[in-house]
Design a protein around this ligand. Structure first.
Ligand code: LMR
Length: 394
């Protein structure tokens, strides 16, 4: 039976890491996958995570199954983080723990496919390369709405609002809460409110992907748009990821939170989400969520985490400045100051696929085919080589 199976292309992001690993050139630079690296080029385990791990080790939790939707404590800390202090106990909102943010999106996709099978899924243009694949894998059809204006390198507000006015009752609309992946261009407060009003009017269901909380302007600041939104729409889904802000990439820690009209609806939705989980991965992994819960429930650990998160954010913003300046020093004639205005881990460089390929072939610099650069992978050591390579392919 396997004779007729055709080989699939490598994943455009994670597949790049495998090609990079096989590259023997000593000066190679990996700015593909969105992983934070420190100034020495290492992806650190946060000190606060090590502390929480040793506490967990000493308290020797058992290894029995978690509840299908994860622990209630984890759900509560996630809701406080996403919706603000005091939101943990709101009866109209439920949370299921998921393996990473991708797991949360897939639960949302499965839930939509089961209950709103005619739903069209609207994704921003551009978006994370995995987004359409997740929804299509669940059997849903994806459409794009305008988001980014390549000429001005800004949000295309007018076309965004016009595009979302095309949505219908029952459609699912995905928005990035902050640090838009891949462009780094975010929605401003007024536009969040305008988008919320359009979706509420049309009856479309918003799904907010919140993978980079704390990597833009700060933990609370990055949630501002989402919280404006929550005031204006009756129903909402939020997919959280703790891969980046806790550095727990391989522990696969995420959550799907659903805001409904009341406690009764919340309970029905939760019961159906549990079926999506049970038929997909049964129940969630425990280690990463126990770390997040331990850290967020302890005021000292929480403030140590906020410090480490700020250090990561500040280093990335410093590298944005250095990249923009380094390109000028290396002879770039075009204006790269936009790099300093983008938010989060990524910079949408504007390099075309041929230039991206030349970067890889001729200079051993790996960035995603869309021209997305992981700024969090730039270090004082690789900066000069990177700028020289970019200027050579421009
Ligand atoms: C990325 O966009 O690089 C990250 O979200 C990692 C991934 O899974 O693609």
């Amino acid at each position: 039976m396997f004779e007729r199976i055709q080989p699939a292309p490598p994943d455009p992001i994670l597949g790049l890491s495998a090609i990079f690993a096989a590259d023997n050139r000593a000066h190679k630079i990996n700015l593909g996958v969105g992983e934070y690296r420190d100034a020495t080029g290492v992806t650190p385990v946060l000190d606060v995570v090590r502390t929480a791990e040793s506490r967990l080790f000493e308290s020797a939790p058992n290894k029995v199954y978690l509840p299908i939707d994860g622990t209630p404590d984890y759900g509560r800390v996630v809701r406080e983080l996403v919706f603000g202090t005091g939101s943990g106990e709101q009866a109209n909102t439920v949370t299921v723990q998921s393996p990473g943010g991708t797991g949360a999106l897939r639960i949302a996709a499965d839930f939509a496919a089961r209950h709103f099978s005619q739903a069209r899924v609207w994704l921003p243009d551009p978006t994370w390369a995995n987004h359409p694949k997740i929804f299509e894998a669940a059997g849903l059809t994806c459409h794009s709405y305008p988001y980014y204006d390549a000429a001005s390198r800004q949000l295309d507000t007018e076309r965004l609002l016009a595009g979302l006015a095309e949505t219908q009752a029952g459609d699912l609309v995905l928005l990035h809460a902050c640090c838009h992946n891949p462009t780094g261009v975010d929605i401003d407060d007024d536009t969040w409110a305008a988008v919320a009003r359009i979706l509420a009017e049309r009856g479309a269901l918003p799904l907010i992907d919140f993978a980079y909380q704390g990597f833009g302007d700060g933990l609370e600041e990055d949630a501002k748009g989402l919280r404006i939104f929550r005031e204006l729409v009756p129903e909402l889904l939020v997919a959280s990821s703790f891969s980046k802000n806790f550095g727990l990439y391989q522990d696969r820690v995420g959550a799907l939170s659903v805001v409904t009209a009341d406690a009764e609806q919340a309970s029905s939705v939760l019961s159906q989400l549990k079926i999506c989980v049970r038929t997909s991965f049964s129940n969630p992994p425990a280690h990463g969520s126990a770390l997040v819960t331990t850290i967020l429930n302890d005021s000292d650990l929480r403030s140590a985490w906020l410090d480490e998160l700020a250090q990561m954010r500040d280093r990335i913003n410093g590298m944005r400045q250095s990249l923009a300046q380094g390109l000028v020093r290396s002879g770039a004639t075009q204006d790269f100051s936009f790099i300093t205005q983008q938010k989060g881990m990524f910079s949408f460089s504007g390099l075309n696929p041929q230039q991206v390929e030349r970067l890889r072939e001729e200079h051993a610099v790996y960035i995603v085919g869309s021209g997305r650069i992981n700024v969090a992978g730039i270090t004082p050591n690789n900066l000069e080589g990177l700028c020289t390579a970019i200027c050579a392919v421009l």
